[in-house]
Design a binder for this molecule. Structure first.
Ligand code: SAM
Length: 151
């Protein structure tokens, strides 16, 4: 689909879209803001200069979301089984080999497969029971560094 409007206006009629996706576009603000003087990048600019950006960003983001909310069909799909299966697959990609190497070699390869299948199936079912509004799948990495002093 192509349109000749911009996303700070309604792009498609009310309740016509199942999914709306945008990639690297929302940093473009509708409001003009004074240019930064303390830095080229906002991450290193002084707080005072950032305030107009922060106010404009909040207003534009709200406008963007309210427009998209009109365009999306109501009653979005809540397919927890599908979501849970995709999450389990995604985690299996990076963790399967590590878990497999932790299984005793007294097990046959088939037995290892069966243990891992069961493990990821339990994980999938637990995710399917979660509330999508509160489920958080971001990884949390923490490090514990311990030093032993030789005396
Ligand atoms: C960084 S590019 C990303 C292009 C593409 N989405 C991608 O991921 O490669 C940002 C694009 O957003 C467009 N854009 C900026 N403000 C827009 C607006 N209000 N409505 C529609 N497009 C806009 C710009 O013209 C630019 O082409």
């Amino acid at each position: 689909m192509a349109t000749n409007t911009n996303f700070y206006k309604q792009v498609v009629p009310d309740e016509t879209c199942d999914v709306i996706f945008t990639s690297m576009t929302t940093p473009w603000l509708e409001d003009s803001v004074p240019p930064l003087r303390s830095s080229v990048f906002e991450v290193s600019a002084v707080e005072e200069e950032l305030r107009p950006f922060q106010r404009a960003s909040a207003r534009c983001w709200e406008k963007f979301l309210l427009l998209r909310a009109k365009e999306l069909k109501p009653e979005g799909v809540d397919d927890r089984e599908f979501f849970a299966a995709r999450i389990a697959e995604a985690h299996r990609v990076w963790s399967n080999a590590s878990f497999r190497s932790g299984l005793s070699d007294t097990r046959t390869e088939e037995e290892k497969d069966a243990v891992l299948d069961q493990f990821y199936d339990i994980f999938r079912r637990r995710v399917a029971e979660c509330d999508p509004a509160t489920y958080r799948s971001e990884y949390l990495m923490s490090r514990l560094i311990v030093q032993k002093k030789m005396i």
